[in-house]
Design a binder for this molecule. Structure first.
Ligand SMILES: Nc1ncnc2c1ncn2[C@@H]1O[C@H](COP(=O)(O)OP(=O)(O)O)[C@@H](O)[C@H]1O
Ligand SMILES: [Mg+2]
Length: 362
């Protein structure tokens, strides 16, 4: 493989694979039984790309990323699968091994910066420490680096701010400080887990801009996790859609927005206010997320699916992720036949056709 070929940074220029995850599984033993939070997830991240990961709450997005960072405690959860980062093969069941790359080659931004920042240490001290864990520099140099980083992420009066404690920062400023810490060691991969979910809408936009800028400046590949496909549309090039601990659809943002191939994704898209003429007609997906204690034999989305509900093949046979169009995969038995009529997925041709559905667009 050619090493670093000069490449123009178009959205589609796929660099070499940076992170390769194969058949990741994460289980938690609970009083009620085994919860399979991540169920055979495989994906790759290429150098410099922004990969979006979307799904409702509880779909396994955070647990997937936490297992990659070695943050699933061995006492609470069991992680299996294989992970390759650059040319290193890592064993995700060894939290210790995974933690070595955390904070250095991989930076992470969490939903709630307050849980990630230490309340009793000055913000500047925390960023400086993040630098010093991985680099042999003087305290003074590390402090100066912290101030520089705060400047870079748009914190006003960075000298004074570095000298303050997290509670003296607003939510948006704390998230900026977290981003400063995440990029402190020029990571190759940045994982941002719902970094704007806890913020006001206006601040959300600023933090998204900042993340985009940080990504462009550092060239770090970025995994951006959100429950909001609208954010994905603005930021990412490729997207993975998760449901019940599995990947149910994957492809370029362009392809998935142009023609989603899974009823769940269609449901997520229909509940986007920006794509609706009238915000009042928002249609959240009816039904509740599956019980991970008793995984279904068939498609986990079947009970909520307007296409598959009650169909024997959907209830009994687990659909695998297959390529439907170039670079676009779906785990739906009806992926080939799906059409969207008035925002609702319909399996054209596959059904005992209901009278009236003409099958044409609009
Ligand atoms: N420590 C744990 N013990 C038991 N279940 C857990 C634990 N952590 C997460 N889970 C379960 O794993 C599933 C996936 O969680 P998570 O990855 O946080 O979802 P998401 O980030 O997509 O909202 C959820 O059903 C959650 O309740
Ligand atoms: Mg989460």
């Amino acid at each position: 493989m050619a090493s670093s070929q000069p490449m123009t940074a178009t959205a589609d220029s796929a660099g070499p694979v940076l992170l390769q995850v194969e058949d990741l599984q994460v289980e938690f033993a609970t009083d009620e039984g085994i919860v399979r939070a991540v169920d055979g997830v495989s994906f790759e991240v290429r150098e410099g790309e922004i990969l979006g990961v979307v799904g409702e709450s509880g779909s396994g997005k955070s647990v997937t990323m936490m297992s990659l960072m070695g943050l699933i405690g061995a006492q609470s959860g069991t992680v299996t699968g294989s992970v390759r980062f650059q040319d290193r093969v890592l064993h995700p069941e060894s939290g210790r091994e995974m933690r070595k790359i955390r904070g250095n080659q991989i930076g992470m931004v969490f939903q709630d910066p307050m849980t990630a920042l230490n309340p009793v240490l000055k913000v500047g001290t925390q960023i400086a420490e993040a630098v010093r864990i991985h680099h042999r520099v003087s305290k003074q140099a590390a402090w100066q680096r912290a101030v520089d980083l705060l400047t870079r992420v748009g914190v006003p009066q960075p000298d004074q701010r570095a000298d303050q404690y997290p509670h003296q920062f607003s939510g948006g400023m704390r998230q900026r400080a977290m981003i400063a810490m995440a990029i402190a060691n020029d990571p190759l991969l940045l994982i941002a887990d719902e970094p704007t979910t806890a913020l006001d809408v206006t601040i959300q936009a600023q933090v998204l801009d900042l993340l985009r800028k940080a990504q462009q400046e550092t060239g770090a590949a970025t995994i951006f996790i959100t429950h909001d496909l609208g954010v994905i549309a603005e930021l990412a090039e490729r997207v993975i859609v998760m449901y019940a601990g599995r990947i149910v659809e994957r492809g370029s943002v362009a392809s998935i927005f142009a023609r989603p191939r899974h009823p769940y994704t269609i449901g997520l898209l229909s509940s986007l206010p920006s794509l609706k003429h009238d915000v009042d007609t928002l249609t959240p997906i009816p039904g509740s997320p599956p019980n991970l204690l008793q995984p279904a034999a068939g498609c986990p989305f079947e009970p909520r699916c307007v296409v598959g509900r009650g169909r024997p093949e959907c209830a009994e046979v687990r659909p695998q992720l297959v390529e439907i169009a170039p670079g676009h995969e779906s785990a739906c038995h009806f992926a080939e036949d799906l059409e969207i009529i008035d925002g609702v997925p319909v399996a054209a041709g596959a059904a005992v056709s209901d009278a009236g559905t003409g099958g044409s667009d609009d």
